[in-house]
Design a binder for this molecule. Structure first.
Ligand SMILES: *Cc1c(COP(=O)(O)O)cnc(C)c1O
Length: 392
C-alpha cells in the first residue's frame, strides 16, 4: 500500500514504527519471544516470571509484588478499579486527556459513582483543585494517567501522593506509556496502584500487562466487599505470583520478551535509560520547533516518551501522517479524539536513538516542504544536533 503521489528525493527505507505505542521491538527481544513454548507452571516459566518481577521492581521504584496479566493496557486500568471499588464507594478521576476519559468510561461501565476534575488538555493538572475536592468528599481512590499519550503532558504523582498520604483515599496511576521512559518512584511518591503494559517504553510486543499494589491498597482489597471480579481478582493473582506463577495461562513468549527487554534496560543502566529519553525527546522538540511545529504543551511538565506537535494552520494532521508513511514508511500517530487533525504524535520511548529522531526530522522536513510549508532546508536537523551537543 502506498499513498505516494510525488516521487520523494529520499527513497523509502524499512518500516519505521514511530508511534507512541506499540513501539519498535529490539531484535534481541523479538528473538526471545520466538523461544520454544514451555509448561506455564514448570520451572522455566517460574524462573522467567521471577526474574521479570525482580527486574521490573527498580523500574517501578517499589518493593511490592508485581502481578502480570495477559492483556493490553486497558485491561489493567479496569482491573485497578474493579479490585478496590466496592458498592457505594466513589472515585475521583483526573482527566487531562484521552486516557483519563477512558478511566471515566470504564468507571461508568462498571456503574461506579465517579467525579471528575478536568484539566484543559495540554495544561498541567491543578493539584489544588484536586485537594479541594478531597476536602469536600471522601473518595475511595484518585485515578490519574501518569503520562498522557494524547497530549504529551505528565502528572505530578509526588504531589498527588502527598494528598492521599494521610487520608484513606488510594492513588491509582496508569503509567502504560510512562513506565521505563520517565521516572516512577511508586513507594517514595505514595502511589498505591501502578498499572502498565509491555508495548510502549518497555519495548515489547503488545499483550502483557502488569499491576503493582501497595500495602495500603491491599488492605482495601482484602476488605470483604462483594465485588464482581474473577479474571482480574488481584487476591488470586497475588497468591500466584508468590509461587512465581499467574492465575491463568501465562503469555509465556511475552514474558520471555519482557525479561529480555528488562535485561537490556539494566545493561544500559536505568539512569541512562531515563536520560536518553529526556535528551532525545528534547532534541525532537527542538528540531520540530525549527521546522515550524509548536509543541502542543506550552508549559511543562512535558513527557519524555511522547512528543506532540500542533499541526500548522492550513494543514491537516492526517495528511502529514499519511505522507510520512507513504513516502518514508515512517509510522507516526495523529489523534483519535477531540484533537483529531490538529496534532501529530511521535513516540520517543523504548528502543530509539539519536539516529532515530534525526531520521524522523529528515522525513518530516521532506513532507512539510512538499506540503508547501516554508521550511529552511536542514533547519530541523541543525536544531536537533545542537540540542544533542549541548545536553550530553
Ligand atoms: C497505550 C495506553 C493505554 C493502553 O492502551 P491499550 O490499547 O489497551 O494497550 C493506556 N493508557 C495510556 C496512557 C496509554 O498510552
Amino acid at each position: 500500500m502506498t499513498t505516494t503521489d510525488t516521487p520523494s528525493a529520499i527513497p523509502a527505507t524499512g518500516y519505521r514504527l514511530r508511534l507512541p505505542g506499540p513501539t519498535e521491538v529490539p531484535e534481541r527481544v523479538r528473538q526471545a519471544t520466538a523461544r520454544v513454548i514451555v509448561n506455564h507452571r514448570g520451572p522455566e516459566c517460574k524462573t522467567a516470571i521471577g526474574e521479570t518481577e525482580e527486574m521490573i521492581r527498580p523500574i517501578l521504584g517499589t518493593t511490592n509484588r508485581v502481578m502480570f496479566f495477559a492483556s493490553s493496557g486497558t485491561g489493567v486500568m479496569e482491573a485497578a478499579l474493579v479490585n478496590v471499588v466496592g458498592p457505594g464507594s466513589q472515585i475521583l478521576v483526573i482527566e487531562h486527556g484521552q486516557f483519563g476519559e477512558r478511566f471515566t468510561s470504564i468507571a461508568k461501565a462498571m456503574n461506579i459513582s465517579v467525579d471528575t476534575v478536568a484539566t484543559e488538555w495540554g495544561q498541567a493538572i491543578d493539584v489544588a483543585a484536586v485537594e479541594a475536592r478531597l476536602r469536600e468528599r471522601s473518595y475511595r481512590a484518585i485515578v490519574v494517567v501518569h503520562n498522557e499519550s494524547s497530549t504529551g503532558m505528565v502528572a505530578d504523582l509526588a504531589a498527588l501522593g502527598a494528598l492521599v498520604r494521610d487520608r484513606p483515599t488510594l492513588l491509582i496511576a496508569d503509567s502504560v506509556s510512562g513506565l521505563g521512559g520517565i521516572a516512577m518512584r511508586q513507594d517514595e511518591w505514595g502511589v498505591d496502584i501502578v498499572v502498565s503494559a509491555s508495548q510502549k517504553a518497555l519495548m515489547c510486543p503488545p499483550g502483557l500487562a502488569l499491576a503493582s499494589v501497595s500495602p495500603k491498597a491491599w488492605r482495601v482489597i482484602e476488605q470483604d466487599e462483594r465485588r464482581s471480579v474473577f479474571f482480574w481478582d488481584f487476591r488470586r493473582a497475588l497468591k500466584s505470583i508468590e509461587q512465581s506463577e499467574t492465575p491463568f495461562t501465562a503469555p509465556v513468549s511475552l514474558l520471555y520478551g519482557l525479561r529480555e527487554s528488562l535485561t537490556m534496560m539494566h545493561e544500559e543502566g536505568l539512569p541512562n535509560v531515563l536520560a536518553r529519553h529526556e535528551q532525545l525527546s528534547g532534541a525532537l522538540r527542538a528540531g520540530g520547533a525549527a521546522l515550524g511545529l509548536a509543541d502542543f504543551c506550552e508549559r511543562g511538565p512535558r513527557s519524555n516518551t511522547v512528543v506532540v506537535f500542533r499541526v500548522p494552520d492550513g494543514l491537516e494532521g492526517g495528511t502529514i501522517v499519511r505522507r510520512l508513511y507513504g513516502d518514508h514508511r515512517t509510522v507516526i500517530a495523529g489523534a483519535r479524539n477531540r484533537l483529531s487533525g490538529r496534532v501529530i504524535r511521535f513516540g520517543t520511548m523504548g528502543a530509539f536513538s539519536a539516529a532515530t529522531i534525526l531520521t524522523d526530522l529528515l522525513h518530516l522536513e521532506d513532507v512539510l516542504t512538499k506540503l508547501g510549508l516554508p521550511v529552511e532546508p536542514g533547519a530541523g536537523l541543525k536544531a536537533a544536533t545542537k540540542h544533542l551537543a549541548t545536553t550530553t
